[in-house]
Design a protein around this ligand. Sequence first.
Ligand code: GTP
Ligand code: MG
Length: 195
Amino acid sequence: MKVTNAEFVISAVRPDQYPGDALPEIALAGRSNVGKSSLINRMINRKNLARTSSTPGKTQHLNYYRINDQLYFVDLPGYGYAKVSKTQRQVWGQMIEKYLLERDRLKLILLVIDLRHPPTKDDEMMYDWLKHYDLPVCVVGTKADKIPKSRWQKHIKIIKDSLVLRARDEFVMFSSEEGIGKDELWSHISRHILE
Ligand code: GTP
Ligand code: MG
């Protein structure tokens, strides 16, 4: 996909703030600080449209980015960040759960995982939860630039095996730093938004 226009639309905390047009949505889920916002920026060739930070927990709402009047990327708050209060975590949890289960124009969830490490318990729980509700997932192993090429396959296998990746779910190796996997991820997204 050739991105000619990308803009931040809203940082939503309630369903009535979600955009009213019927564009398909692609959501990004993953551990706090794993690189969700960076991935959006790389996909749209923008340095910092989606706010990134080395401080985990930066994205706290559902941040909507409209791409080409064709789709939205929805950047979800990251999970597994210990410094957030329990009450706050429950509020986020409910908001995200409701979004994922009730948003009918949601076409695909990009579950972003750090390629360097085996999935965390939270990653496994998230994937199992998504599969329990039969939601389409593309697992993205990001930060590929941080490990040598010779070890990519080994790391991919560990992630696929630990999650017990289902046959219909895709896996894409990615690097926001170097652009690895960008075209492959766009081709999956393009297919899903047509479904
Ligand atoms: P939250 O909004 O807190 O949930 O974090 P996030 O998942 O949006 O992570 P973010 O994109 O803010 O990135 C976190 C840190 O990882 C930043 O310092 C990024 O520069 C770095 N980072 C993200 N992706 C990559 C990548 O592919 N390669 C490398 N080397 N660094 C990355
Ligand atoms: Mg973020």
